[in-house]
Write a new protein. Sequence first.
Lengths: 116, 111
Amino acid sequence: DARVTQTPRHKVTEMGQEVTMRCQPILGHNTVFWYRQTMMQGLELLAYFRNRAPLDDSGMPKDRFSAEMPDATLATLKIQPSEPRDSAVYFCASGLSSLGRAYEQYFGPGTRLTVT
Amino acid sequence: QQQVKQSPQSLIVQKGGISIINCAYENTAFDYFPWYQQFPGKGPALLIAIRPDVSEKKEGRFTISFNKSAKQFSLHIMDSQPGDSATYFCAARTTGNQFYFGTGTSLTVIP
């Protein structure tokens, strides 16, 4: 049963601390998306990778957020320093891009981040 | 600015009834329109999707109606069941592979 996995599932941290969230895309998928979900803003796209290369991170606050794909089986989203307004559920999704177009996205279970 | 506007925010339907959720957009660069279903504590899951060259797509009890000229699309859930109670998101994808989501509709189906 192929699925996207995310760790940790829950994270509580104090303001100013570094937070790293990890995602393992479905084996064989070549696109990875990071989203943030809040009650106020809904689902927002933070970053998008294809074949491990970042194609779009315009939705991500550059001063404190960074996203990488060290290899095809791992995507990371890092916040440094974290702030209370970063409290949200962060989702990773993966998919298969064909001819440059990404269609179906398979979402992971999310990481619920609380910054106090 | 919300790229995809979704309504209603919440919906209560009797079992066996029809649930209708509407979405509207302005960006003509959107070329793929999926709907996602999300249960509490889970990630969104693709339910059904449509491309703008088709006016309707049906999969089981779920139907997307698409009106390209009005830039609107809607999800119809026929014979709604309590198990359909979830949050539903419409979305739209640009030719640059950016996905924009609606704000979600919380559906409750009363037995």
